[in-house]
Design a protein around this ligand. Structure first.
Ligand code: SF4
Length: 392
């Protein structure tokens, strides 16, 4: 029996709407939006970015997960792993009895046709999908349409004999899923580049300046099996993980275009290079909004709220940190006092505690949150900040 797959919800949207609002909505945030995205209290003024928080893909994924729980009350419902990169949201799903296949002691091999498995917004690899299908369980696929769009492009590259060069993090679930699509039944190839530095190494290789062994060593975990840089960098198509820094993706695409031109000449470049901007519109809107906030408002300090493993949140923090003191916090409790704050500095893997983060006297705080951060967390950040800043 082929597995049952739900891709467009489970017709219970209205039935779960109240539970979703209760878990993630904030009246305070809605009110601040209505009042011009500005909150003033005592010495504190908070300016919210015009776009922040849950994106359409996350909204949909969480909605489908709640619907799945409601539709299958007597069955065991699993997630393959985090549905999105926000600990608060994942904890809420655990609290409803949804289990995580990524947890110790859980295994795909013990799934039965009675079980239900929810696939996350950033998608899963073809191999994992095949394993789940072979267990015959019911699947609720929440893969975001913007991720599917990336897959469409890399599959086309593979069909046309182009190697997919993916600007992304090779360890990120979305990029792993995209890379598996780029393989296209083992026929296609891919190279994942993280940033400008790695793109420079790959572009140098295209120009004939690289060392093969060093290249393969450097990109060991970021290329398709059997990847041969002498063969598979001759014709390339660029794509990106949907949540990367858009300006960097554009720049990296141009670097590869120029490298192909330098190596093969302008006339040949058209058939050897293609690019699609696959940054999703929600990521773009949030990056644009925070850039506008920085340009329009004089700010003393910036708070960015979201999971530390949330790519789009990390990139929002990166944009801000170039301009002013920025604190990426995972939750409201990270604000320890008016003096101390727990946060993850841009580029670091670890959380640290800093002192003296909030200036004395009248203070202007910019605030944004990643696409996987619900408004009720932003609400709690505002209330906590207000309480500390205005404590007498
Ligand atoms: S960040 Fe973009 S691609 Fe990811 S779930 Fe949200 S809308 Fe979809």
């Amino acid at each position: 029996m082929p597995p049952l797959i739900f891709r467009k919800g489970l017709d219970l949207r209205h039935e779960v709407a109240d539970a979703l609002a209760e878990s993630y909505h904030s009246d305070l945030v809605a009110q601040i939006k209505d009042e011009g995205y500005r909150y003033t209290s005592g010495r504190l003024t908070i300016h919210l970015a015009r776009e922040f928080g849950f994106c359409y893909g996350v909204d949909r994924a969480v909605d489908y997960a709640y619907q799945a729980r409601k539709r299958f009350p007597a069955q065991t419902v699993y997630l393959t792993g985090e549905i999105i990169h926000n600990p608060h949201v994942n904890d809420q799903l655990r609290a409803q009895g949804i289990r995580f296949l990524s947890d110790p002691g859980e295994s795909i091999d013990t799934l039965t046709p009675e079980d239900v498995v929810i696939l996350p917004a950033f998608g899963i690899t073809i191999e994992l999908l095949q394993r789940l299908e072979s267990r015959g369980c019911t699947l609720v696929d929440t893969t975001c349409g913007s991720v599917l769009n990336v897959w469409k492009n890399v599959k086309r590259y593979a069909d046309d004999g182009l190697t997919s060069v993916i600007h992304g993090k090779y360890w990120h679930e979305e990029t792993q899923a995209t890379a598996s699509q780029a393989r296209r039944d083992g026929r296609g190839h891919y190279l994942v580049v993280l940033d400008h530095r790695e793109a420079t190494v790959a572009c140098d290789y295209i120009r004939g300046r690289g060392d093969r062994a060093a290249f393969l060593h450097a990109f060991e975990a970021a290329v398709s099996p059997g990847f041969d840089p002498d063969l598979h960098l001759q014709r390339i198509g660029c794509a990106n993980q949907t949540t990367m820094l858009s300006s960097e993706s554009v720049e990296i695409g141009e670097m590869f275009r120029q490298a192909i031109r330098d190596r093969y000449g302008e006339a040949d470049a058209a058939s050897r290079f293609r690019a699609f901007d696959t940054i999703c519109s929600a990521t773009q809107d949030r990056q644009d909004a925070v850039t506008a906030l920085l340009a329009e408002q004089p700010l003393d300090v910036m708070l960015v709220v979201g999971g530390y493993n949330s790519s789009n949140t990390c990139n929002l923090a990166r944009i801000c940190a170039d301009r002013l003191p920025t604190y990426h916090i995972a939750d409201p409790d990270a604000i320890l006092s008016v003096v101390e704050i727990r946060h993850k500095p841009v580029g670091s893997k670890h959380e640290i505690t800093s002192a003296g983060w909030l200036p004395a006297g009248p203070v202007r705080v910019g605030l944004t949150s990643g696409a996987s951060t619900p408004d009720n967390l932003v609400d709690r950040v505002i209330r906590r900040l207000d309480r500390f800043a205005n404590a007498i």
